[in-house]
Design a protein around this ligand. Sequence first.
Ligand code: NAP
Length: 437
Amino acid sequence: MSVAVAIVGSGPAGCYAAGALLKKLPGCRIDIIERLPTPFGLIRGGIAPDHQSTKNVARVFEKTLDREGVRLLGNVELGRDISYDELKELYDVVVLAVGAQVPRPLGIPGEDLPGVANVIDFVGWYNGVPGSRDYSAAVNAEAAVIVGNGNVALDVARVLAKTRAELEASDIVPAVADAIAAAPMKDIYVIGRRGPVESSFSYPELSEFGDLQEAVPLARAAQLPEDAGAAEASARKNKQKNLDVLKTYAANTAGDKPVRVHFCFFASPVAVLGEDRVTGLRMVRNRIEAGRAVATDETFDIAARLLVPAIGYRTGPIAAVPLDDRRGTVSNEEGRVEPGVYAVGWAKRGPTGVVGTNKGDSQRVVDLIVADAPRAAKPGPDSVDRLLGARGVRVVTTADWRRIDAVECARGHGEREREKFTTLDDMLGLLDTEAAA
Ligand code: NAP
């Protein structure tokens, strides 16, 4: 018998963990349990649809799924179809790669009003993640405010600022591209509570705004320091590059193109305005003290009918998985959760880093797993199949997913690599129709 491993979550952290386990625990059997019928987590559902090249790493993960001993158990949800305790009873090793599924709240009055988007749903909506809310009506606005100075804020702003033609070179849901193109959007505000040097933007993502067809990026010269000398030495070069880009934005003229993307700094939202829906946002100006944003007594309002807080995520309640409330992750020490259970990726360290960050991180956790010398003592795959079969769960295998993938790709055309299915019914219906035929 060989060690039976369950990895919950098929995103980058889970797939990198599977690859490392195959190397370091030769002969182990790995079941990758995934809530959706499609694998690869944020590669499919998080990375912006117009950043196709970042998704190429999926080819590496596809090879992992094809390795002997590895199975995809798609459309299987921890807490719904199988419990945390059952996983621990059935597998020698459980690796939680469940990511972070809950947006951090702003914690201000009015943030539940219609027109305030849940950023995970918003990104899921344009990426075709089944179950995401429909924001077609919400984007029908003249102004949008995106709070946060990270790359997710940039993704959302860029997608909203692009034309229909620009969105064509992507795998965005066509109806979403139509809704964005039809919207009367004129002003998109990206607002940071601290300054440009403290922002978490990546340079390539920030500089892309200079190339948009119909949108002009703007910044206020008065908010831009002379240089990035205040940044930590290790980050200074990149921060300086960002600052240089923002200075070119400060030299732009508002009327050059129909859409304006405003990069604003040193302001925090204090209240969402509106009775039945968002009509604007009350902001307070900040000053920076010892690297922290401190509110002044100066406030101002921005009129906008769409607000997208993009201020980070936390791992949400999942079945009986122990959570660390303070960190917003699965409770873990360097990846160890409890005997036989480990966490990787955002579930382990929080929502930081790019896709590649997960490679080394998952490898380090696999080293711990190997050091803990797991024994092959639990029944693993056969018993899981029986349990899921008895519960009537329609498990989506790697072969099933390849059918979905092939049909999605066949629906693509021109610059559009694929046209995604966006509902479980469509995906599972396709498989059932083919099985019946
Ligand atoms: P992030 O990089 O951590 O940025 C979060 C932003 O929200 C920060 O600017 C933070 O400001 C701000 N913030 C937090 N709490 C706030 C509050 N209460 N009020 C106002 N602002 C607040 O997170 P993210 O953008 O969600 O991205 C998550 C991870 O995915 C990051 O590692 C990111 O680089 C990665 N990602 C990468 C790409 C890419 O490479 N293209 C694309 C998307 C995401 P402070 O700094 O002041 O805390």
